[in-house]
Design a protein around this ligand. Structure first.
Ligand SMILES: Cc1cc2nc3c(=O)[nH]c(=O)nc-3n(C[C@H](O)[C@H](O)[C@H](O)COP(=O)(O)O)c2cc1C
Length: 151
């Protein structure tokens, strides 16, 4: 429990170009920096990449999240950044993960969940409006991360 624990979720569109392997390498570079910086800032969360879109959940102290999001929202590797929520939480959903990740390959292995979570921007908006988005994302990434040790 913390008085100053917030959750921020957004989705966006990837602007990195190239074959899937190049894009995955680009995301790998993002994750490497993100995990180091997030650990230092007390931020945890998850990133999902599918269908050319990102969805990310960030958790941590309000000021740290605001600072980080200022940077992320202007990152040229994505555009159309749309905030889904920013509100206080009583506990982290991704405790122990400086940035969990589920990518295209994972998503293709689980078409049904990927389609419901990130099939297209229109679907994302629909799912987000239904408040089911975070639950779907959390459940999906948790299951994908089970095979990997926390970072
Ligand atoms: C989709 C996406 C998600 C990102 N997530 C994070 C993150 O969780 N933490 C982080 O520090 N940087 C993240 N970044 C990278 C930041 O935009 C930025 O490049 C990085 O924090 C380095 O910023 P600095 O050079 O000002 O320190 C993300 C970038 C993208 C495109």
């Amino acid at each position: 429990m913390s008085d100053d624990l917030y959750s921020l979720a957004y989705f966006s569109r990837n602007t990195m170009t190239g074959p899937p392997a190049v894009i995955e390498a680009g995301i790998g570079a993002i994750l490497q920096v993100a995990r180091d910086k997030n650990r230092l800032a007390g931020i945890t969360g998850a990133l999902l990449f599918s269908g050319g879109c990102f969805a990310q959940v960030l958790e941590g102290p309000q000021a740290a999240l605001e600072d980080l999001f200022e940077t992320i929202q202007y990152d040229p590797r994505q555009d159309n950044v749309t905030i889904l929520h920013f509100h206080p939480i009583s506990a982290r959903s991704f405790d122990g993960w400086s940035m969990a990740y589920a990518g295209q390959t994972d998503a293709m292995r689980d078409q049904a969940v990927a389609a419901s979570a990130l099939g297209s921007p229109g679907e994302i908006a629909t799912v987000a409006e239904g408040q089911g988005f975070l639950a779907v994302l959390t459940d999906y990434i948790r299951r994908r991360e089970q095979a990997n040790p926390p970072t």
